[in-house]
Design a protein around this ligand. Structure first.
Ligand code: AMP
Ligand code: MG
Length: 401
């Protein structure tokens, strides 16, 4: 049996980094993976400017009761004059700081009439000024290659004037489901049949990771059907996932099908629950991962084991997301000889502790536990874990992003 962390590391390194890059416009960059370091091409702000609506002054000119005549009204986008001694310039948020001024006094602390402005309350020298380059400095690396772009990165890129970016091409992933008992949702269910939940589930999990191009194929439980489906997926995809059909049953034909097209299958018994059987193969240099058929197992194995491989193939820097820690709630004690991943809800208490509440029925066939939960909590093998103990948490929002 392979330890969970070892298997996870191996999968995270099982793919090659992308070789090609493409150009993407900023407006279409959400979720794309950067293929270049982004450097600041400007100081931000580009010049000292006002953080508030108010008056730009030389603080030494301010004294009790003194009225400073208004030299100019300078709106954002305009170029101010040099401040003359003993005067004030009316200024607004984002207005350039007039040369000669050293402080901005907020308008709430001033009184203006036709003679000028009286300062009711003076701040410290330098107050309410945003300094050139205090946010970003020309030449500084802002976003590293391999980052998946979010709305906040897009704000930073736009602020720097980047209109086109070098990104990695999107992946195409194939999903092959097997099993004569499976019917696609939307069709009537005949006796002995169940709906195919793994294909749409995996497609959605892939989409959450940023893989939009998914080819899902279902094959009957025959060697020929599985082999043909595999070959057509391998021809078009960067990665192929198969579901079910890899145990030792008479209809478990995925392994022989992979071998019949020249693939070498590394079948692992991973010391994890749910999920134990997992296989990795390379066919024509392309990675292929065989997932267990039970939907809960398939979900957990995809989130914990396959997502790192997908991130690697996408060119991402971080393939293993962060793990958090929380305190187990409820009454149930856990103990087992495999690393167990239980479906849990997360909450917090007034002390700021993260609370972890397990779903009642942790059976690997219980699909209703999946949408109920927000995370998988890890119960270590060969340990007795009791309520109040701290456990590791793999949040869906982190592990499927
Ligand atoms: P298998 O490894 O093919 O024997 O599958 C194990 C279990 O998972 C069986 O109960 C299958 O019916 C079920 N299963 C396999 N594939 C799917 C799927 N795509 N959707 C839902 N259940 C599945
Ligand atoms: Mg089957």
């Amino acid at each position: 049996m392979i330890e969970f962390d070892v298997a996870q590391q191996r999968l995270a390194q099982a793919g090659r980094l992308p070789e090609r890059t493409e150009t993407c416009e900023l407006g279409a960059a959400l979720g794309r993976i950067l293929a270049q370091d982004i450097q600041a091409q400007l100081d931000m702000p580009p010049a000292d400017n006002s953080a508030m609506d108010g008056y730009a002054v030389r603080l030494a000119d301010v004294s009790d009761g003194r009225v400073l005549p208004i030299q100019q009204r300078c709106y954002a986008g305009e170029v101010p004059e040099t401040l003359k001694e003993g005067m004030a310039i009316r200024i607004f948020t984002g207005s350039l700081l007039p040369p000669g001024a050293d402080t901005v006094i907020i308008q709430e602390n001033c009184q203006e009439d036709e003679h000028g402005v009286r300062i009711l309350e003076a701040p410290e020298v330098g107050a309410n000024i945003r300094r050139r380059g205090e946010d970003m400095r020309h030449g500084e690396v802002l976003i590293q290659s391999g980052t998946r772009l979010t709305a906040s990165h897009i704000a930073q890129l736009a602020a720097q004037g980047h209109a086109a970016l070098s990104v990695y091409p999107g992946l195409t992933v194939g999903i092959l489901t097997t099993g004569d008992e499976l019917t696609p949702a939307g069709q009537p269910l005949r006796p002995g049949q169940i709906y195919n939940s793994n294909a749409p589930m995996l497609q959605a999990q892939l989409l959450a990771l940023g893989v939009a191009a998914v080819r899902a194929v279902h094959a009957a439980d025959t060697l020929e059907a599985i082999r043909d489906a595999l070959q057509s997926l391998l021809a078009k995809c960067d990665l192929v996932l198969t579901v079910g059909g890899v145990s030792v049953g008479e209809k478990d034909l995925v392994k022989p099908a992979i071998e019949s097209i020249g693939g070498q299958l590394d079948l692992w018994k991973v010391r994890m629950k749910p999920g134990k059987p997992l296989a990795l193969a390379y066919v024509q240099d392309k990675p292929l991962v065989c997932l267990p058929g039970n939907p809960v197992s398939s979900y957990a194995v995809f989130a914990l084991m396959v997502s790192p491989l997908v991130r690697r193939l996408q060119g991402r820097r971080e393939t293993l997301p962060a793990i958090r820690y929380g305190v187990l709630q409820g009454e149930r004690h856990f103990q087992g000889d495999r690393e167990e991943f239980i479906r849990v809800q997360l909450d917090s208490d007034e002390q700021g502790r993260l609370l972890v509440r397990p779903f009642g029925n942790q059976g690997s066939g219980v699909i209703s536990s999946l949408p109920w939960a927000q995370a998988l909590a890890r119960i270590p093998a060969d340990a007795h874990v009791a309520p109040g103990d701290v456990v590791r948490i793999y949040e869906y929002s982190q592990w499927q992003a």
